[in-house]
Ligand binder design. Structure first.
Ligand code: SIN
Ligand code: MN
Length: 219
């Protein structure tokens, strides 16, 4: 028996508006994101595990661009940390998000998309993100998610509750995932990461970085 090459991971439309684009980022882009992540993590508002309203800390660590996010609000300054302004959302990152959106939807959708924030999450081997909706943004504009480093299990569900139906899929280094339109307020989460699964060419020795670019609708 001969083993052929592994099957190519292909674009998948999970629901209207929810599109998985595997291997969207090349290795150079992934390394650029890893380096940028290191720079962003240093501050002016350093990466931290945000506190939930009842006092628990998230297992995921987060650094923000454009707007500062804490559960469950956006502010201009990091009022739950050192009070500083976060760094701006760079145009080169928006351009990567737009290219993913053009592929997932169409170029008109990409051209009219103006994200004003990015949340950058770092997952160590034990970090996880429970099922939630991204609903601190007040407009229905797509979210573009980029993943670098270890693969995670990603759960993408429906817009009404945390239960079935949902899809479980792997988000690997270089994958993009777009959710907008009817799927914009779908429940989703990252129940587990798979340690030591990253391609070393991505430039991240351990853990997983996820970047979500969003339009807050805030002024
Ligand atoms: C998020 O839900 O905001 C992040 C999702 C992910 O880590 O893939
Ligand atoms: Mn989310």
């Amino acid at each position: 028996m001969t083993l052929g090459p592994p099957p190519r991971r292909q674009r998948r439309d999970l629901a209207p508006g929810a599109v998985h684009l595997p291997d969207w980022l090349d290795h150079a882009q992934q390394r650029r994101l890893v380096q940028a992540f290191r720079d962003w993590s240093a501050g002016p508002v350093p990466i931290r595990a945000a506190s939930l309203p009842r006092g628990h800390q998230m297992s995921v660590k987060t650094v923000c661009l454009g707007w500062h996010w804490q559960p469950y609000t956006y502010t201009r300054t990091a009022d739950d940390a050192n009070g500083q302004h976060v760094l701006p959302l760079p145009d080169w990152l928006i351009a990567i998000g737009r290219s993913a959106l053009a592929q997932a939807y169409d170029s008109a959708s990409a051209d009219s998309w103006h994200p004003d924030t990015a949340l950058i999450n770092f997952y160590d081997d034990n970090a996880r993100l429970g099922l939630h909706q991204d609903k601190d943004e007040i407009v229905n504009q797509p979210v573009v998610s980029l993943s670098v480093g270890d693969t995670c299990q990603f759960r993408f569900g429906n817009t009404t509750h945390r239960g079935k139906p949902y899809h479980d899929l792997d988000l690997a280094s270089g994958d993009a995932f777009v959710f907008g339109r009817e799927a914009r307020f779908a429940y989703h989460g990252a129940p587990k990461t798979y340690p030591a699964t990253a391609n070393p060419a991505a430039g991240l020795a351990h853990g997983r970085i996820n970047i979500t670019m969003r339009v807050t609708g805030l002024h």
